[in-house]
Design a protein around this ligand. Structure first.
Ligand code: TYM
Length: 332
């Protein structure tokens, strides 16, 4: 039986963090054995914010290195750069004809950008979900491992797939969100002000490239409060997030101790954070060290990207050929 097709991508804007790791990469690593996986660096998507051309290559190579250091095996998956697969922008163009300006303007991530960067509301931002749909549909994927923040985009990808199918004939499956663990769909920023994110709020984001000391400092400053005053009180979200991080990085007995202290109103957050800082530093250390090593070996990274692009194009070209025919671009 052929394996189910999986696609997911990470934008190459800034260093990867615990949200990317637990919300996405950990699922990639678990899926690589049993699915036909296409994982890519969304370098075209990163252009919406006009990054310095000098930085692009290092950004892309770092994302590749951090994925491999996290356990992704390029022999088992197609690991590639979006810009190495020209079939993606071709499908993007086709899907743009089926996407309505009105629906794109209503997307919350677009509205947020209009609010936060009014000086750069470009058409690429507006059609961001269409490019994302092209990334997914180009391999006719059925499963897409992503965090909570990407769910709305995935819903749009399904809409575009259905619209294409209705107009031209059944061709694209409807891709669904996939994850092994619902706890990690949204890792919060350490100050409790929304999700951990690559480009905002650096002091409250733990990056896979952070040193042990940086991790310690950031965790020791994480938001807490005076503690619960009644037994078994529901946790505020920023405390819940610390417990989640502890659950991900520490041994179960340790989490149980602090959880029971919380429930008995005798928790000392300073002690908890010290423990969490050590365990998280130990968790990130091997990933950081391996990623640093990999980034020194550009030849290997280049080869991995080339091979990944070949695998991706083999699949993408079949889809594009089929889509062209259905649309009627079939002249010779
Ligand atoms: P990006 O680069 O912002 O994030 C990459 C992946 O990490 C997840 N993620 C999180 N999960 C939990 N908690 C967080 N705090 C957190 N922050 C990020 C994201 O949900 C994502 O899975 N538009 C996408 C990239 C993309 C893509 C695609 C993804 C382009 N085309 C096609 C899937 C399929 C993005 O900007 O992700």
């Amino acid at each position: 039986m052929s394996k189910e097709i999986v696609v997911s991508g990470i934008r190459s804007t800034g260093h990867l963090h615990l949200g990317n790791y637990f919300g996405a990469i950990q699922n990639y690593v678990l899926m690589q054995e049993n699915y036909d996986c296409y994982f890519f660096v969304a370098d075209y998507h990163s252009l919406t914010t006009h990054p310095d051309p000098k930085d692009l290559k290092a950004n892309v190579f770092r994302v590749v290195a951090e994925n491999i250091a996290s356990g992704l095996n390029p022999d088992k998956v197609a690991l590639y750069a979006q810009s190495d697969v020209p079939e993606i922008p071709e499908l993007y163009l086709m899907l743009n004809m089926l996407a309505y300006v009105g629906e794109l303007e209503k997307v919350p991530t677009f509205k947020e950008k209009v609010r936060t960067q009014p000086e750069n509301v470009n058409a690429g931002l507006l059609t961001y979900p269409v490019l994302m749909a092209a990334d997914i549909l180009i391999h006719r994927a059925v499963k897409v491992p992503v965090g909570k923040d990407q769910e709305q985009h995935l819903e749009m990808a399904r809409n575009f797939a259905v619209r294409f199918n209705n107009r031209y004939g059944n061709f694209f499956p409807e891709p669904q969100v996939f994850r092994f663990n619902n706890d990690t769909v949204k890792i919060m920023s350490l100050d409790g002000s929304g999700k951990m994110s690559k480009s905002e709020n650096e002091n409250n984001t733990i990056y896979l490239s952070d040193s042990d000391d940086t991790i310690r400092k950031k965790i020791m400053k994480a938001k807490t409060d005076a503690g619960p005053i009644a037994p078994n009180t529901e946790m505020p979200d920023y405390i819940q997030n610390l417990f989640l991080l502890m659950h991900l990085a520490s041994r179960k007995e340790i989490v149980d101790i602090y959880r029971s202290q919380y429930n008995n109103c005798n928790i000392r957050y300073g002690d908890m954070k010290k423990q969490l800082a050590e365990d998280m530093a130990a968790f990130v250390r091997p990933i950081r060290e391996h990623a640093t090593e990999l980034q020194k070996d550009e030849t290997t990274l280049r080869m991995i990207l080339k091979e990944g692009a070949e695998k991706a194009r083999a699949s993408a070209s079949v889809t594009i050929e089929g889509a062209r025919k259905l649309i009627g671009i079939n002249y010779y």
